[in-house]
Each structure stands twice: as C-alpha cells, then as structure tokens.
Design a protein around this ligand. Sequence first.
Ligand code: UDP
Length: 417
Amino acid sequence: MPHAYRILFLMAETGAGHRSAAEAIRSAIHLLTATPGQHGELDADDAVAQAHMSCAYHTENIDAFAACGRFPLRKIGRLYGWSIRYTPRLYGALFHLTNHRRSFALLERALYRLLRRGLAQLLRQTRPDMIVCVHPLLSHAALRALDEAGLRIPFLTVMTDPVTPHRSWVAPAADHCIVPTDMARDFCQQHGMPDDNIAVLGMPIDLKFSRPCASKALLRKQLGLHPTMPVVLVMGGGEGAGKLVQRVRALWRAALPVQLVIVTGRNERLRRRLEQMARELPVPLQQRQHILGFAQNMHELMQAADLIVTKAGPGTISEAMACRLPIVLSGCIPGQEEGNVRYVCDEGIGVLAETEEELVAILQECFQRDAVMLEQMRANMSRLQKPFAALAIAEFILRASSPHYSQVASRERVVVA
Ligand code: UDP
C-alpha cells in the first residue's frame, strides 16, 4: 500500500476567497495526481514524477480559526463579515494600524496565544507531511506550532492579495511563498522573504472558470435566464458586502434593458431584504431579477453574464478575468483591496463606479449606447489573465512534496519573535 502524502491546507473564512483559493489548488492537485505523467513537466523520467506515482496524496482543508482558535478567535469569520459590511472604515483603520512591524508582532503574539493549543492538537490529529497556508494571519502561528512540535515538514504560503497585501502575508521562515503578481513578489522581498523562496505563479482560481462555454444562450436557459437579454451579475464577495442595497435600488430605478443576477453570498439578511424589495417592483421588471444567496456555481453565473458589478475582491476579479467578464467595481474593502481598484482601472479591465449615479451611467453607456468599452476590457483581460495558475501552484506543491525535498532544501526555521 503506497504511503499517502498528507497535505494540510490552512485557511480561514474571513470572506470566501481563502476557501476558494485552497479548494482550487486542491482540485488541481487531485487532477494532476489522478493522471501522473500526462502533464508536460511530470514525465516518467523525472524522479519527482516517479515519486508522485508511487505515492497517493491526501489533502485536507481546515478553517483554522474555527477549528483551533479559542474564543473570540473562532468567531472571527462572522466578526469579519459584520465589520466589512457595517464598519469598513474601522476595518481599514485596523488593517493599517497592524501593518507595521511592531504592531504586527503584538498581534501575532496574541493570535498565537489563542491558537497554540488548537494548532498543536490539529498537528497531532492530522499528522501532515506538508502545510500549505492560504491565510495571512495563520502562517506565523502555524510555523511556531510546527517548531514547538519539533516537526520539520515543508511549509508553503499562497498569497491571495495581488497588489496591496498586509505584511502578515510574509513569513520568512516559510520554505516558499507563492504569490500572484510581481508587485506581491516585490512586497515579499521588501519584507524579508528571500528571493529564491518566492514564486510568482498567479492567483489560484478554480479551473472551471477557464473552461470555455459552448453556448451562452443555452447556459442562460439552464440557469432560468432569458437567453438573449444582457445579464449583469451583481455581488459583493462571500459576505455580500459593498452597499448592495443602494446599488441594486439605483439599477432598478434606472430600469435598464438588462436582467440582474444578484448574489448575496452568506449575507442572508441582505437576500431577504432584496427579495422583499423586489416584490414591490412592476411585474415586467420583477421578472428580470434573480436574487441568489451563496452560489455554488459562480463559474456558470460569470460565463452567462455580460458584466459584473462587484467589490474589488481578488478572487472575484481573477475569476471574472478568466471568464473575460468586464468589471465595474462598486468599491473595495479598505486596506487589502485598495490596490485592486488601481490595478483594474489602470489595466483597463474594469472601471470604478463610486456612486449609484456613476454606476447607472456606466451601465447605460455599455448597454444602451455602444459596447466598445466592454470589448476593450475583454481584450485587455486576454492579455493579463493567468487562468491556469491553480495548476502551476499545484505542480509547485507536488514538487516540493517530493522525497527529494528534504535533501534539496535543508533549512533552519526562523521563528518570528
Ligand atoms: N463566491 C461564491 N459564492 C458566492 C459568493 C462568492 O462561490 O455566493 C466566491 C467567489 O467566486 C470567489 C470568492 O467567493 O471565489 C470571493 O472571493 P473574493 O476574494 O472576491 O472576496 P472575499 O469574499 O474573500 O472578500
């Protein structure tokens, strides 16, 4: 019986992007290891590939705050959702406050205190051969826990903030830091990550987003949408953040010739509110509204849409790029998403609508006058997108998991004080 190599993914449900990223990489690992030898670099002569063939992989994805954190940390997912919806400025202030060496060291110590026992238990229970950390606030604590347990296993971080990450993403004691962009690489270098340990491989998104859609009209029919009327997807990340009520109300008032698919994510209260508001719309307009909670088929919704209105979440932006779906940003989470707004606008893959009036005007331009703007954005997306990043990351991880790894990469861990 071959030894199952256990890869433990650590993430936290602050938003939905970290889970999506971890799941995208896991799926890609399963895809690669289910068909060894069929992928360019993993040929049979390769010692690494041979190791893969004789060794099954078991991956597990753990929300470490919920599973290992003491109160109040295990409730942080809900607190985060609440804070980005109702007190985004306060959230932004905390982001910047803790984004300094000293203040982050304090935060890191406090986090470790709340996670220490739970992480030690998790390591005993899961006995991982490798850890892949997909959340900035977990790496330092997990590295300390490994050190305390005397475990010398490969530790990788996968960064999911492409432009303005928080310094907590950089854990110099990690063996590798996989980053989405050159900007993120520069950031890691500036914060002490050795250059050789940084790999720029793109944002991990599920491969489903890059599968071409055979017929948009058919897909729309399957989703219960009108096959030819333009579709605007409106969302605010996993938490349904970003003033969605005001945005949707303005679009309803403008009564544009489009159908709206509104995804409220985990924000059930918002879904109920919008459903109630929609009942008061004139019937023809009402029939063009599709209000959904947490969607499990975002790839289909994006492939069926002509435009997305969203906050500047890195996961959503990258997925939209893979679907060549033009973006209208309705705002961002202060701090980590601020740079994403600049990126989207500077690269010409989307525009920012700061107010409801701007949003309506942009959509009028796109759907009532001419669609040149949309075509230009799609062309720019083709130039920039890295839709197969999850595969590249999975392959990197598999290589790092090789039995050769320990010989190749002997290193001393440096625990952040
Ligand atoms: N998502 C989803 N269903 C929903 C809402 C969001 O699967 O109803 C996914 C979306 O496809 C993306 C992630 O959640 O993968 C959101 O990530 P992003 O970085 O954009 O924002 P976050 O939620 O982390 O703030």
